[in-house]
Write a protein that binds this ligand. Structure first.
Ligand code: GLY
Length: 386
């Protein structure tokens, strides 16, 4: 057994753990990340919509503030990361069109539009004809839609690769291992032990393990974050050059109560997502999941059936009771959370990195992140762990 120490140890090398480590290292903390495969996780599955406005849901107005703030930071964040690493992130300021295919979808979209306007957001109602003028590949039956020019996209796989690179350049140490348990010494998080028996000590530990965050051994029950896995299946197609531009912006719809979206990248990749399934840790790609995605996407854009099918994949969103992330200190000294980003992990990456670096340096969450303290769920440490 060996023992290595750092100022900050981040459990989890997905995009949230990586951005936290990168920003912490930039602040001068000796930082380490423990993960068997840094840059992996849900970012390998996610489509990468930056959809603060089109993914607005009733009851999520507080989350909307954080989403909008992160969207506002995206241009500078992407430019900084690209300047530093040379990686093209596939950041595309293309806007989004959310459309309706039948009367129920139309009523739903009208409700969403009213909520967006009440929330002071920019969204324009278009007739079906105007939708098809913008996106000629849309089905003739489209009944109307919402044009949201502020909802963009990024390629999460490229983002993850760039963040690994940025971390390395900033001196972050990577421990490529699974964490067995959190180590608690005299009532304080003191590091972790990996499954190969290595002890990694730290002054502050950040739990950023996505959907796995809710089941780390050694974390007192009262402190374990209420995070659960929510399965999402996606399909990737390729648009041959001769068909380009197939779609000029992200296109989405509610079809018979299920969300479907098509995210077209400049490199020809077309991501169709996503199912939303409460099935525990299952990441099987099912015939039913793929069938439903392709059926709904075909109703929206019939021409997709001509395209080569390149990949099918399933991942796990880290869901929370209020669909919002958990950021900052826990009742266990030395343990902080950066997890539970649910549907918005890619969007929330910039603001999470900034908020976590701030709280690591000062002990306080910045104003924008305060509503997302883990303490909102009322966890109290009833007895001091040994
Ligand atoms: N934000 C897209 C999804 O979670 O499927």
């Amino acid at each position: 057994m060996s023992s290595r120490t750092s100022d900050v140890l981040v459990i989890g090398g997905g995009i949230i753990g990586l951005v936290t480590a990168w920003r912490a290292a930039q602040r001068g903390f000796a930082t380490a990340v423990v993960d068997p495969e840094p840059g992996g996780g849900a970012a390998q599955v996610a489509a990468g919509m930056l959809a603060a406005v089109t993914e607005l849901h009733y009851g999520e107005q507080t989350l909307l503030g954080l989403n909008l703030e992160s969207a506002r930071r995206y241009p500078d964040f992407a430019a900084e990361l690209t300047d530093l690493t040379g990686h093209d992130l596939g950041y595309r300021r293309c806007g989004t069109l959310a459309v309706a295919l039948d009367a129920d979808d139309r009523a739903h979209l009208r409700e969403l539009h009213a909520l967006q306007l009440r929330s002071g957001l920019d969204a324009e109602w278009l007739s079906g004809r105007d939708c098809r003028r913008l996106e000629p590949m849309l089905a003739p039956g489209v009944r109307g839609g919402l044009r949201v020019d502020g909802d963009h996209q990024i390629d999460p796989r490229r983002l993850a690769a760039a963040l690994v690179d940025a971390c390395q350049r900033a001196g972050v140490v990577f421990h490529r291992a699974w964490v067995d348990r959190l180590d608690v010494v005299r009532g304080r998080a003191a590091g972790v032990t990996t499954t190969d028996g290595t002890a990694l000590g730290a002054d502050q530990v950040v739990l950023a393990a996505g959907s796995l965050s809710g089941r780390l051994a050694g974390v007192p029950d009262e402190v374990l974050p209420p995070v659960r896995p929510v399965k999402g299946q996606v399909v990737r197609l390729t648009v041959p050059r001769r068909y380009a531009p197939f779609l000029s912006r992200t296109v989405r719809a509610m079809v018979r109560g299920s969300h479907v979206y098509l995210v077209a990248r400049e490199n020809g990749e077309l991501v169709v997502g996503a199912t939303s399934e409460e099935l525990g840790w299952d990441t099987t790609v099912t015939a039913g999941g793929v069938y439903e995605l392709l059926r709904d996407a075909h109703e929206l854009v019939p021409g997709i059936t001509e395209l080569p099918l390149t990949e099918t994949r399933a991942g796990l969103r880290p869901g929370t009771p209020d669909n919002a992330p958990l950021l900052g200190p826990t009742p266990l000294d030395g343990l902080l959370l950066a997890t539970g980003h649910f549907r918005n992990g890619v969007l929330l990456t910039p603001v999470t990195g900034d908020a976590m670096a701030h709280v690591l340096a000062t002990g306080e969450l910045p104003e924008v992140a305060r509503p997302f303290t883990p303490q909102r769920f009322g966890a109290v440490l009833t007895e001091q762990p040994a």
